[in-house]
Design a protein around this ligand. Structure first.
Ligand code: SAM
Length: 251
């Protein structure tokens, strides 16, 4: 039985896309449980306040740790096999396909991922510190890229989708997950084509219509190496030094 994903936010409506497409189908078929929770349900005052002014001064508001603590204590499930609290933040470790795979394994093994979506200037730093001090919770502060969004909801959507599509039963044909960009080969995917064979004077490469799977495999691998070398030389350098030589040979 898969674990579950919970998302706490002050804008539950932002997570509506999780009802759509493959993730929506996985939810309705019981392959994946996703709970979306309104942080304001855990406030204690008439105005349902979640933020306050920053100690030390400065612009903007900071989300209060007491409200977050009450919410997360309720949302983090003691009965889950493990609990990972993801705090989306532009100051976090960069989200990657490898991290998506790690989190998917965790969900497959009955673990829970809970997202705390920040707004304003972010969440009081003691929230991360408190849960990191707990033995039964793993805290990950995660950035989806080097830019600043208004809130953590889009980051939670990105991470949830990248994780969910790796769970068994979510993607119809699991072969689609093989040879993708950012997979174990460390390459970007080769270019793909479909019908018609000629469109606006542009032809599908002849080799792909040859039916010769050996040639097709060689062509695809060469295009993947070439594309990676051109667009993301950092990937070649990081993952597979010998491919740098292969890519140079193609140039
Ligand atoms: N003052 C913060 C800083 O400079 O690091 C930015 C706060 S941002 C306006 C509000 C919230 O958006 C953050 O708490 C976080 O949840 C989310 N957020 C913004 N950019 C993000 C990114 N690149 N990755 C993940 N979450 C992000």
């Amino acid at each position: 039985m898969n674990g579950r994903i919970d998302i706490v936010t002050i804008f539950p409506g932002y997570l509506a896309p999780l009802d759509l497409s493959l993730v929506g189908k996985a939810r309705s078929e019981g392959v994946l449980d996703v709970g979306v929770h309104d942080l304001r349900d855990w406030t204690a005052d008439r105005h349902r306040t979640v933020d306050d002014t920053p100690f030390g001064g400065g612009a903007g508001m900071v989300m209060r740790p007491d409200v977050w603590g009450t919410a997360l204590d309720d949302v983090l499930l003691t009965e889950a096999d493990s609990r990972t609290l993801v705090l989306p933040t532009p100051a976090g470790e960069r989200f990657t396909q490898a991290m998506a795979e790690e989190l998917a394994l965790l969900v497959c093994a009955g673990g829970q991922i809970a997202f705390a979506c920040g707004r304003y200037e972010g969440i009081d730093a003691r929230v991360a510190e408190h849960y990191a001090n707990r033995d039964d919770v793993t805290v990950r502060e995660v950035s989806i890229g080097d830019y600043v969004l208004n809130g953590g909801e889009v980051a939670a959507l990105v991470i949830t989708e990248a994780v969910a599509r790796l769970l068994p039963g979510v993607i119809g044909n699991p072969q689609s997950l093989v040879e993708e960009s950012h997979g174990s080969a460390g390459l970007l995917e080769y270019p793909v084509y479909t019908k018609p064979p000629t469109w606006r004077d542009l032809d599908v490469p002849e080799v792909l219509r040859s039916g010769d799977h050996g040639r097709i495999g060689t062509w695809r691998r060469a295009r993947a190496v070439e594309r990676t070398a051109r667009r993301r030389p950092d990937l070649l350098a990081r993952h597979a030094p010998p491919r740098v030589r292969e890519a140079k040979a193609i140039d």
